[in-house]
Structures are given as C-alpha cells and as structure tokens.
Design a protein around this ligand. Structure first.
Ligand SMILES: Nc1ncnc2c1ncn2[C@@H]1O[C@H](COP(=O)(O)OP(=O)(O)OP(=O)(O)O)[C@@H](O)[C@H]1O
Ligand SMILES: [Mg+2]
Length: 466
C-alpha cells in the first residue's frame, strides 16, 4: 500500500526523534563547554594561589635578607631560609599550571622562575654569605637598592601574569554566557519543535485516522440496524482508504443481495397469486357453471316426473339439493383461493364482504381509493381475512374492528379484537405467511397481543409500485 499510514507514522516519529536528538546535542555540547571552562577556572585559581605564594616568598626573601644586612640578627634569615627552600618547587608548579594555557603565560612563568633563581643564586645567597663573613665590608645601601630593583622586576612580571589570568577568566565568563544562552535557545527550540510536532501529529492522527474510523463505525451501526444505504465518504489515506472502500463495497453487496431477495420474493408471491386467480376462474367458468346447468337439468326432469312416482321425485329433489350444497361449498372454496369480488370491485367491497360473512361481529372503518395496485389489494385482503379467521378461531372475542386508510403513499391496516390475546407469529402458518407477503411488498407487519388484552394486528404497505 503506497503511502500507507505505517510509513507516515514512521516518518513523523523519525522527525520527532531528530528534533529531540538535535536539542540534546546542543545541550550536551553546552554542558561539555561548561565543564571545560570550569576546569580552566579551577586551574586559574590554582595559578593565583601559587603565584601569590611565590610572590610572597620573593618578598620574604628580600625583607629577611635586608633585615639581616641592617641588623646582623640571624632571626631575619629564618623566613629567608624557608622562602628559599620553597621557591624551586612553587616556581615549577606555576610553570606546570600555565603549561597548556598560552605561550605568553609560559614565557612569563619561565621568566619568573629564572629571575627568582638568579636572584637567589647570583645576588641574595652571595650577599648573605658575604655579610655573614663580614658585615661591615658589605655596601648595604647599594645591595638593598639592587635587591629592590630585582624584586620589583619580578613583581611586575607577577602582575602581568595575574592580569593575563584575569583577562582569560573574563573571556571564559563571556564564553560560558554564550554557551549558556545557546543551551537555553537549543532547549527551547527543541522543546517547542517537539511540542509543535507532537501537536501536529496528534491532529493528523485525529483527523486522518480516529475520525474516519469513528465514521466507519457509525455507519457500521446504521448498517447493522438495517439501513443498507449507509455509506462512508471515501478519500482516506492508506489503510483508512482501504477500510472505507471495503465498507462501501460490503454495504453495496448487502444492499444488492437484499434487493434481489425482495424482488424474487415479490415474484414468487405474484406468481402464486396469479395461479390462485387462474384456478378460481377455472372453477368458476368450468365446474361451477357445469354444476349450475346440472341443477337446472335436474329441476326440469323433476318437473316432468309424473305425480304417481313421488318417491322418485323426492330422490331427484334430494340430488338437486345436494348439488346446490356442493355448489355453495365450491363457491366458498374458490373465494378462499381468490375472491372474485376483489378483482371485480376492489378492496372496499371485498372487505365489506369479509365482514358480512364473519361469525364475530365486525365494525368496519375503510377509507381507501376505489382501486389500488392488485398486489396491494390482494395482500390487504388476505391480511384482514387471516386476522378475522384467527379472531373467530382463537380469540373468543365479542367484536372485531377493521380499519383501512391510505395516507401519503402507504396503506395502513389494522384488525383488532377484544378477545383473550396471546397471538404469536410462528405458532402456525397463517401469521408467518402474512409476514412473508408483506415483506415481499417492502411493507411492515406487527402483532400486539398481550394475554387477556385482545389482539391488534397492524400492517403498512407502500401503495406505489417499486
Ligand atoms: N386473534 C387472536 N387471538 C388469540 N390468539 C391468536 C389470535 N391470532 C392468533 N392467535 C394465536 O397465535 C397462533 C398463531 O396464529 P397463526 O394464524 O399463525 O396460526 P393458526 O391460526 O394457529 O394456524 P393457521 O393460520 O395456519 O391456520 C395461533 O395458533 C393462536 O394460538
Ligand atoms: Mg391463523
């Protein structure tokens, strides 16, 4: 299925994954930048501490040495000694700390190390040794001037080194701020993109999948309820299009089958009615007429019989009466097969004849056009006929009401009695036959019959030929 839903769902999920991955990548990069900057900041702090310690060592050496030169007291040499001992290790640490930072800082650290070493080796140690030997021989003023110059030079190098560290710290702060704002922007963009895509995707799912499936489900309910004209609008995507098309094909097939079924049932009922009418005509025109002429002939023979043969005359009269009764029975029989009065006079007179012949009194209320289609007249006649026959047979009723009306394009029939009730379709062949007949005409039939409450049979038939 080209362009199926599965592919679209996969594409949307992939897109979502890419947006989320980009958002996380931006965040991770910023975190990495942050931790690098923090490492540098820690190193900077260490540089600050070591540089300050070194500077203090230089100052301690200078003041200790000067105090000793001026006073000759060995107490002043104590800080000089400790600063001298600590200097090599601290200057090496400083050089290591700035090793990978910048060539200028490395050069400054190296300069400080060399200048400090030279201060000790070339100036301070020889001066202290000389003063120890003979303090008076040492030109104190010139020596302290020289010491001050050297220390000032070293201290200004310390200032430059620390100022450079400050500048780098400021740069780092700026970089951190940029990385932070980039992380926030990345996170916001990722979040907004994800939310927008999820909203779009949810909307797509709702309009392209959920709603069409719901519509198909609604139509399936209508179909199950008997509305075979229920169809869904096609035009969905992928599998939904297949579902809509499948549903419509299924509904069309069902509708066609039902139409064929109704048509064939109608044809069967019409064929049976035609056959009944033919039999009724054959009986009427053939055997009934033959019986009539036989009775007439018998009456003539009876009239010609001499009065001396009364017994023979009586026998002839009995035969004529028997023939007359057979004629009546035959007429009754042919009426049950197909009432001639229906073909000749229409539904109104036929129903009147039915009511007249019923052993249970019938109140008639019939307002129908003179003629309806033959199928409808026959069906209506047999409905009333079977309902009245049931009233007589089963209802123990005192009266029955028959009502027939045509409203719009439908014939409404009802037959009601005040009998014992309890009628059930399917307990005999009469009511079932009626239902088949009514359904063949696309009509409806209902029987309401609670025990003790009489029975009402209603039927509706379309009067327009389909
Ligand atoms: N008006 C009625 N009052 C009471 N019971 C009825 C009435 N009409 C039908 N019934 C009950 O419903 C059953 C079904 O009626 P239905 O006409 O289908 O069959 P039937 O009359 O028994 O037989 P058939 O019509 O085939 O001669 C009847 O057997 C009867 O028990
Ligand atoms: Mg019956």
């Amino acid at each position: 299925m080209k362009g199926g839903l599965t592919r679209r769902v996969l594409v949307a999920s992939g897109l979502l994954a890419v947006i989320i991955a980009i958002g996380f990548a931006v965040l991770l990069t910023s975190v990495a930048v942050d931790s690098r900057l923090q490492r540098h900041a820690r190193r900077s702090e260490e540089v600050l501490v070591v540089a300050n310690r070194l500077e203090r060592s230089i100052v301690d050496m200078e003041t200790g040495q000067r105090g000793f030169l001026l006073t000759g007291s060995a107490d002043f040499l104590q800080p000089w000694q400790s600063a001298r001992a600590a200097f090599p290790a601290d200057s090496a640490t400083l050089r290591r700390l700035v090793a990978n930072v910048s060539p200028q800082q490395v050069a400054r650290a190296r300069w400080i190390e060399q200048a400090g070493t030279s201060y000790l080796r070339d100036y301070s140690i020889p001066l202290v040794e000389a003063a120890r030997r003979d303090r008076a021989a040492v030109n104190t003023l010139a020596a302290t001037e020289e010491g001050k110059r050297r220390v000032d030079a070293i201290r200004s190098q310390f200032d430059r080194l620390l100022a450079a560290e400050d500048t780098m710290a400021a740069d780092r702060q700026r970089l951190a701020a940029v990385a932070d704002s980039r992380a926030v922007a990345g996170a916001v963009a990722g979040l907004a993109g994800s939310v927008a895509l999820i909203a779009l995707f949810a909307g797509y799912l709702a309009t392209r999948i959920v709603q069409p499936v719901r519509r198909v489900a609604g139509m399936a309910c209508r179909l199950a309820g008997g509305d075979l004209g229920a169809r869904v609008q096609e035009g969905g995507t992928g599998e939904i299009a297949a579902l809509q098309h499948g549903f419509n094909s299924m509904a069309s097939a069902l509708q066609d089958n039902r139409q064929e079924l109704v048509a064939s049932r109608t044809r069967i009922v019409a064929a049976a009615d035609r056959e009944r009418r033919r039999i009724e005509r054959d009986l009427h025109d053939g055997i009934q007429q033959r019986l009539v002429s036989l009775v007439l002939e018998l009456r003539a023979v009876e009239a010609d019989t001499p009065p001396e043969a009364p017994q023979f005359r009586e026998q002839l009269a009995d035969i004529a009466q028997g023939l007359g009764e057979a004629q009546d029975e035959l007429r009754e029989l042919s009426r049950g097969i197909h009432p001639a009065i229906l073909s000749e006079g229409g539904l109104g007179p036929a129903l009147k004849a039915l009511a007249r012949r019923s052993p249970v009194p019938v109140e008639l209320d019939v307002e129908v056009p003179d003629r309806l289609s033959e199928q409808v007249e026959v069906a209506a006649y047999f409905i009333v006929s079977e309902a009245l026959a049931n009233t007589v047979k089963h209802a123990r009723a005192s009266v029955a009401w028959v009502k027939a009306r045509v409203e719009d394009t439908r014939l409404h029939l009802s037959v009601r009695d005040d009998g014992v009730g309890g009628a059930q379709v399917g307990h005999g062949s009469g009511l079932i036959g009626l239902r088949d007949r009514v359904q063949a005409l696309d009509g409806t039939l209902a029987v309401i019959s609670s025990p003790g409450d009489g029975t009402t049979l209603t039927a509706e038939l379309p009067t327009v030929d389909r």
